[in-house]
Structures are given as structure tokens and as C-alpha cells.
Design a protein around this ligand. Sequence first.
Ligand SMILES: Nc1ncnc2c1ncn2[C@@H]1O[C@H](COP(=O)(O)OP(=O)(O)OP(=O)(O)O)[C@@H](O)[C@H]1O
Length: 593
Amino acid sequence: MAHNAISQDELIAKHSSFTTIKRILSYLKPYRLRVAVIIMLMLIVMACNVLIPYMLQVSIDTYVSSKNVQGLIKFGGLLLLISFVSMVVSKYRLLWMNELANKILINIRHELYTHIQTLSFSFFDNRPVGKILARVVGDVSSLQNLLNTCVTNTIPDLFTLVFVMIMMFSMNPKLAVCSIIIIPVLMISMFTIEIKATKLWADSRQKRSNFIAYSHEAFSGIKVTEGFNKEDFKAKGFYKSVSDHVNAFDTAVKVQDLFWPTVDISQGIGTVIVFLAGYFLVKNGSLSSGTLIAFTMYIGMLWRPIINLSDFYTTLISNFSAAERIFDILDINPDIKSDTNALIMPEIKGNIRFKNVDFFYDKETQALSNINFEIKAGQKIAFVGETGAGKSTIASLISRFYDPQKGQILIDGIDIKHVDIESLRSQMGIMLQDTFLFSSSIKENIRYGKLDATDDEIIAAAKAVNAHDFIMSLEDGYDTNVNERGSRLSLGQRQLISFARALLANPKILILDEATSNIDTHTERLVQKGIQKLLTGRTSIVIAHRLSTIRDCDKIMVVSDGKIIECGTHEQLLRQKGAYYDLYMAQYSFLSA
Ligand SMILES: Nc1ncnc2c1ncn2[C@@H]1O[C@H](COP(=O)(O)OP(=O)(O)OP(=O)(O)O)[C@@H](O)[C@H]1O
């Protein structure tokens, strides 16, 4: 997948309009019965509406001309009854259709969300979050527009059109032909406009996605913007991305607006043709005046659905790219997925082995080359090395967030490429540099480690990592809301909470990626015991820059430029006077300076 910067348009797979419409309509499948009932109701409404002009014709030609008042009153009553039935049925038709359209939209949004959750890290590496949001929120709303118009108007309009034509042709085929003679010209003009408008709407949607992504990133990084006093600079960027979107939208609307004059002119010409032809037919006696009046009503009924269908067509064109953008994501297969006959990972003991592992993030970025090591169950291992060396990449591969291009990663002798991902990840815990808390209470954030944990278990976990006292000092204790990303708390406090969360999850393999980097010396001492508790009884991998925190590890591996260049205990590596010694001495002299 190509990298996608915020201002860069995304590549969207193109499909034929027919395939996309078929796919939209496939969402109706689970509701076949409801659709059948709705169609039945539509047919009743159509039949009532189409009957009314015909009955008018009969009443004029039969009862009015013969001055039969009693017959006329009876006929009028029947007409009223038909109108009433049509009104009631129509109300329920609309209600059930809206309900159906809304249900389908919930399904699409849910499908999109659950699908995106299954996608691999590489998908998220290559897309700004704002662009994903634009699809889940913006594009699905546009699809709602499309579905609502389609189900509530288009299907009934198509029925009306067919019914009206049947009535017109059965009343007077010559006049009927005159009524529809202009329609092919209208169709050709509409298709010509469509070709141009579709491209312009797709472009407008791309620019909208770029603008949402820009806003999302700008607000997420607002503290940096304000800290560096760069509000004007960001505001200019924002102005440009909004202008790009508005200009693209404006151009699309201008082309789209050509639709309406085309429809209006066609309707005008069509009506004039019918009146002229009707006049001559009545004059030479081959058409009754009742039929001409009924025909004039049918003309109105013929053009209303044509106008509505043109309206739907414009909605279709302007929202089509939204549907394409949604299906584009749904069609992405996760790079990392469980094989169909994947092995369920047995209870992990904790042996980890890397065999000749090479890993590239993309063709240009080789992050690891020929990595070989073995960690025994229950050992505490540290990876150290300069920034960008490849330490976090090793951690990501153990959790199978990515697959290596070459080599094997074995846990308890089983190649993790062939095991069920859920059964693997549910036994592993990873604590990243960037501690993420959800905007809910502290209690709920800790419970995330084990959804069915009791309050007592949560408090016990917090006590074990020495987080309990600071939590109790907050105004609502465990019920304190931490705000988005935990912004209500200090970085160290966030990490303490994430320790409690990890302890509750009780993983068999625990990876701490720079997890203690934000804890000050005082807090560090406070949590040391908690960390010890967290690490005992499981294989633990610690990635740390601060070497004082990993001195007592069973093994320390020094990573440099994607390779492991040294391996041993703290004492062994110091004696070796190699890269680890240099790193350690650099920190030691820095701290004692
Ligand atoms: N998602 C990614 N896409 C492309 N390249 C990446 C990605 N993540 C990391 N890299 C690159 O891979 C290399 C190793 O990165 P990694 O994050 O593993 O380093 P690290 O040793 O953990 O660094 P640090 O100590 O700074 O966290 C770096 O050159 C980095 O630029």
C-alpha cells in the first residue's frame, strides 16, 4: 500500500457503477421479507395514484356528459376512499423504508469499524487517522443519503413511471409516444454530464478527506503548535486545505447544476408536444376531452418521477465515490491474519526464538537483518541500543503485528505465523512508549486488561504496582475520569495505570517498550517493586534507554542498525568493553557530570 500523506489524495480502486450499485443493494438481502412487504405497499399506492386520473376520465366522459348526479356522487365517494387508502398505506411505506435504510446504515458502519479493527499495523502506518475517520463518519453519512433517496423515492418512482406509461399507452398509444419522445434526448444529456461530474465529486471527496485529516492532526498536536507559537502557520495550512475542498466542491456543483435546466427544458418541450398533438386529435374526433384531461394529469405524473429520478441520479453521482471509498476499505485484506486451519496457541510457557529473521517495513526500509536469539521461559531480557536501531520492531514481531519477510519466530517451538492470532495475543501483553488511556474512569482503564475483573481485583492490581495511593488522592478515586488519552494525568501516573492494566491481564509474555521512561527517579523507586511483581512468573522483554533499570536482567542484547551485536549479562558486557560499555559509560558520565 502506498504511503499517504495528509495533503496527498488516496488511491481508490475503481469499479463499474453497476458493480457498486449491486453491492449497495446486496445490503437489502437480509431484509428480503421486509423489502417484499414494502414493495407490496408501494404497488398499492401506485395503483391508487394511477387509477385517480383514469376515474376522472370515466366520470367526465360517462357521468358528467350524461348529467348522472347520483352516479357522479357514488363515483366521487369511491375516489375519496381510494385517496384515503393511498395516504395511509403511503405513510407506513415511508416509515418502514426509513427504518430499513437506517438499519442498513448501522450494519455498514459496524462492518466498516470491525473490519478496520482487523487490519494490520501497516494499514495504519500508511494512513492518517483523519482519513480513516472521514470514511467511517463522512462517507457513510453520504451513503445514508444515497440509500434513503434510493429506497424511499427511487423504487416507488420507477414503479410510478411504469404504471403511468402502461395507463397512457392503453388510453392512447399515439399521444403516449408523443409524451415520451423527448426522454432519449434527456438521457443522452444526463449521461454526458455524469461522466464529468463523477470525476469532480470523487475529487471533492478526496479533498474533504485531506481537510478532515489535517484538522484531526492539527487538533491532536495543538499543544506543539501553541508551544512553538505556530498558530498562524497552521491556520494557513488549514485555510489552504479548506479552500481546496471548497473549490473542488464548487466545481462539481457547477457541472452538476447543468442537470436541472436540461430536465426543465425537456419537460417543457415534452408537454408542448403532447398539447399540440392532443389538440389535433381532439379536433379530428379521435380523442375525447376526458382522455385529454386524464392525459394532462398523467403527464404531470410522468414527469414527477423523471425529475425525482434525475434528482436521485445526481445524488448517486455526488455520493457514488463515498460508496466506492467505503468498499475500497472493506476490500482490503489484513496483511496479518490467521490461516484458515490455524493452530490454537496452547498455554504459552514463554520460550521465544528468532531464526534468521529479516524484516522490511517497505522496500526501502530494512529494519532488521539476520536476527537470531533464544529466550528461555521465565527469563527477563533487555534490548538496548541507539534510537532507530530496531528494538521496538523486534517487540512488534513477537506480538505478530507484522510478519518477517525471511526467517521464523517460534514461541514454545511453534512458528507464530501458523497460529491463531487471537489465541496468541490474548496471552501476551505489550506496553508501548506511548501509554494510551481511554477517556473513561481509571477503574475502566485498568479493567481493560481483563473485562470481567471485579473491583477488588482492580484495586489489588493497582496496589501491587503502587498506583493505589495516587489514585485514592484524586477527587473521585478509581472513578476519576482521565479525559481523552489520559490528559488529566501526568505521564508517570498514566504509566502506573497501564502497569496495573497489564498485571490484571496476566500475560505469559510481557513486553515493556520504554515503559518506565516517563517515571521520575522518586516514582521509579516506588514502582520498582511493582515492576518486579509484574515481571515475575513470565517471560519479560524490556526495551530501555535508561540502563540503570535493566542491570539485573538475565540477558541484555545490544541492537545496532537492525542487528544484534552483543549479548550477555550486565557484568559480562561491561567486561567486554564494547558497545554496551560505551552506552553505559556515556550515561554514567552524563549523570555524574
Ligand atoms: N511503521 C514504520 N514504517 C516504516 N519504517 C519504520 C516504521 N517504524 C519504524 N521504522 C523504521 O525502522 C527502524 C527501526 O525502528 P524501531 O522503532 O524499531 O527503532 P527503536 O530501536 O525501537 O528506536 P527507539 O529507541 O527510538 O524507539 C527505524 O529506522 C525506523 O525509522
